[in-house]
Design a protein around this ligand. Structure first.
Ligand code: URA
Length: 244
């Protein structure tokens, strides 16, 4: 897959290259550029569903996604990759899209990047079963190319509906595509990370995609600092040592 290089879209001048290392939420120096779509204080509509109702709503949606022909990716996929985890999860991890392993198995994040994501989740003291893992697009882009804007926009309705059923307290966006899609932003990962954003009733954290961390392990410490910020916000004392 073509690399998502969070730094590729990063602003070049030092005054713009805002990469906070602080662990607490900070004010963005350019708030007008962020979250124009989502005024803070957004809420999830209606009453939250119980476990069984959520599980059933997600099963129906997964059936719908399995037959989806909204974009050209339906012609090359082996199967759709809907997502998996606890319908009551407090935290959702949103990736980019299925790769070859996911297309073959129908499960998200089961390849090398998935192994690292599992370690990241476990370093947060969670298990994969306790969180919910999903992708921005549900079908593999051929030859591991990046998903196109039209594909992301067609699939967005499913992402939104999944999140609306689960209504997690926290959404962790992994990499550029998830972050820009959920937050409807054009900013780089480097500009979006380091603070909490809002998507409807959820707090949103942006961090690097595990595939990027595999290519550039030096960035792992920044990803870990993002996850520590999440844990603090959740009232969980972050483990002091980084587990890999
Ligand atoms: N596997 C996924 O399911 N999503 C990604 O973004 C990368 C690998």
């Amino acid at each position: 897959r073509a690399a998502i290089e969070p730094s590729a879209a990063a602003p070049s001048s030092p005054s713009q290259s805002h990469r906070p290392t602080r662990l607490m939420p900070v004010a963005d120096p350019h708030p007008s550029l962020i979250e124009l779509h989502e005024p803070s204080g957004g809420q999830w509509p209606g009453e939250p569903l119980g476990h069984d109702e959520r599980a059933s709503a997600l099963r129906s949606l997964a059936d719908e996604v399995a037959g989806c022909q909204l974009c050209q990716l339906c012609r090359t996929r082996t199967q759709t990759v809907f997502g998996e985890g606890d319908p009551m999860a407090r935290v959702c991890f949103v990736g980019e899209g299925p790769g070859a392993d996911e297309d073959r198995t129908g499960r998200p994040f089961v390849g090398r990047a998935g192994e690292l994501l599992t370690k990241m989740i476990e370093a947060c003291t969670f298990t994969r079963e306790e969180v919910y893992i999903l992708n921005t697009v549900k079908c593999r882009p051929p030859n591991n190319r990046n998903p196109e804007v039209a594909e992301i926009e067609s699939c967005r309705v499913y992402l939104d509906r999944q999140l609306e059923v689960i209504r997690p307290d926290y959404i962790v966006c992994l990499g550029l595509f998830a972050s820009q899609t959920v937050l409807r932003s054009k900013l780089s990962v480097g500009r979006m990370r380091g603070r909490f954003h809002t998507y409807r009733g959820s707090k949103v954290l942006v961090t690097y995609h595990p595939a990027h961390l595999l290519r550039d392990p030096a960035v792992k410490k920044e990803a870990w600092s993002d996850l520590q910020m999440l844990l603090r916000e959740m009232g969980i004392t972050p483990p002091s040592t980084r587990k890999r």
